[in-house]
Design a binder for this molecule. Structure first.
Ligand code: NAD
Length: 487
């Protein structure tokens, strides 16, 4: 696969880039070049924001259309993406190492699912409501699109996480400038082709591939109205500072270090597939994974053994092989980071129960063996910091209260899970964990439910009706007391 692009999709057209540089994309599995795209510069962002601004401000344009008309366009985009599903999965997997079995499900499937879900919401939701007041009058409460959105997405689930933003923003009537990560830009071009084919009006969706400086430029651009960001906590803090200074609304989906709490009555042998998804999905490069496994002291050795068998039993291989369960890290820098944490775990006294080194069978590709640490408590660096790789730490606890205490003893609060043979006990214990979302005997975000983090895992929510509300602003019109009725 070698895909060369030489233009940018801005204002509904393929335009020449204004800078001289390109972003070269390399396969995570083979380290071979697989394509290149122009690197957008600030002037391109200006043009993209200009296109989005014009589309938003047009008095008969997208923001003012009947929501059902927007829904039709969104469904056409869903169809255009479905017809590219296989290629989309391949592009994502080749770039970031996500096993193609996973990208087929998520990266190729989730975007159109979200578009159809939010298209339905656009049709059914109420965008204005008349309320009887307590002071005798009546008020018209309008939910208006918030404006031009600058969206910044990471490389780990580049399409799904883009559509956590695009689908609700389109339903609300916003227009957007989207900045993908330099590691995953080839999928963006397939998306732009689908946008063009679906007849999304010019300027509604614009794409500017580039790095963090370009992202920072977009965040502070004077002509955007809202920022939606998914990425690291460090970048999120810097973006929040900028948005605070500018009083600019921002949604932040950041890092995590979630707990998988195994209760004393859990029968894990029945749940190995769910356990894998909740702790190792996408080579450990997933924000919500429960990489701190909390085990009751009296079952500690058994649970270390179960997780070691899980980690040691998965098929590690080329991301494009459909039988692969764990592919390579997305970049050599990412592998260095993961290996640095493994060394840190060992230096702090951790015992390697599984993995810990590079698998021997690969000459190329940024592989790390799925790794399980025992013998550390929750204060260890690898139990406190996000690793973003296939590295689990099994931590002992005394009783349920102690498990909740340890789960909450974290800077983060994004995902998590509870494993038990008693679903009600699991639900009640889950409710005590300070986290934005948590599963019982499985973990999988659902489009209908708000997703996001507390503490250093972020601010605001995506998905569900709450996800669309994040792209709306409220206006109250106190109606003429003489009785003019609302439209
Ligand atoms: P990153 O923060 O380095 O980069 C994410 C994106 O932000 C990239 O497009 C990057 O170019 C851009 N960026 C970086 N610094 C910026 C800045 N100061 N201003 C504007 N843009 C900037 O993160 P990453 O390494 O690409 O992704 C992994 C991180 O993302 C992990 O911490 C992971 O937990 C997090 N993540 C969170 C969620 C969630 O929903 N909470 C989902 C997936 C990933």
């Amino acid at each position: 696969m070698s895909l060369q692009y030489d233009s940018l999709f801005i204002g509904g057209q393929w335009v020449a880039p204004q800078g001289p540089n390109t972003i070269k994309v390399v396969s995570a599995s083979t380290e071979e070049p697989i394509g290149s795209v122009p690197e957008a510069v600030e002037a391109d962002v200006d043009a993209a924001v200009g296109g989005a601004r014009q589309a938003f401000d047009d008095p008969s344009g997208w923001a003012h259309w009947e929501p059902a008309r927007r829904a039709e366009v969104m469904e056409r985009l869903a169809d255009a993406l479905d017809s590219r599903a296989e290629e989309m999965a391949r592009r994502v997997s080749a770039q970031n190492g996500m096993p193609v079995a996973i990208s087929s499900q998520f990266e190729a499937g989730f975007p159109s699912l979200l578009l159809r879900y939010y298209a339905g919401m656009a049709r059914d939701a109420s965008f204005s409501e008349e309320r009887a007041g307590l002071m005798g009058g009546r008020t018209l409460v309008k939910r208006k699109p918030i404006g031009v959105v600058g969206a910044i997405v990471p490389w780990n689930f580049p399409q799904s996480l883009a559509f956590f933003k695009i689908a609700p923003a389109l339903a609300a009537g916003c227009t957007m400038v989207i900045k993908p990560s330099p590691e995953t830009v080839l999928d963006t071009y397939l998306l732009a082709e689908a946008v063009e084919e679906a007849g999304v009006p010019a300027g509604v969706l614009n794409f500017v591939p580039g790095g963090r400086e370009l992202g920072a430029y977009l965040v502070s651009h004077p002509r955007i109205d809202k920022v939606a960001f998914t990425g690291s906590t460090a970048a999120g803090r810097s973006i929040a500072e900028t948005c605070g200074r500018l009083l600019r609304p921002v949604t932040l989906e950041l890092g995590g270090k979630s707990a998988s709490i195994v209760l004393d009555d859990a029968d894990l042998t029945q749940s190995m597939e769910q356990l894998f998804s909740a702790t190792l999905l996408n080579n450990g490069q997933t924000c919500f994974l429960g990489t701190r496994v909390l085990a009751p002291k009296n079952r500690y050795d058994e649970i270390v053994q179960i997780f070691s068998a899980l980690a040691g039993g998965v098929t590690v291989g080329d991301a494009l092989d459909p039988t692969t369960q764990i592919g390579p890290m997305a970049s050599s820098a990412q592998r260095d980071r993961v290996e640095g944490y493994i060394a840190k775990g060992v230096s702090e006294g951790g015992k390697l129960a599984a993995g810990g080194k590079r698998p021997e069978q690969f000459e190329n590709g940024w592989f790390v063996s799925p790794t399980v640490f025992a013998g550390l408590d929750n204060n260890a660096t690898i139990a406190q910091e996000e690793i973003f790789g296939p590295v689990l730490t099994v931590i002992p606890y005394d009783n349920d209260d102690d498990a909740v205490r340890i789960a909450n003893d974290s800077d983060f609060g994004l995902g998590g899970s509870v494993w038990t043979s008693d679903p009600n006990r699991g639900r009640d214990l889950a409710a005590r964990v300070r986290t934005g979302s948590i599963g019982v005997n499985a973990y999988l975000p659902d489009p209908t439910a708000p997703f996001g983090g507390v503490k250093a895992s972020g601010m605001g929510r995506e998905l569900g009706p709450e996800g669309m509300a994040a792209y709306q602003e409220l206006q109250s019109i106190y109606l003429d007391p003489s009785g003019v009725s609302a439209p």
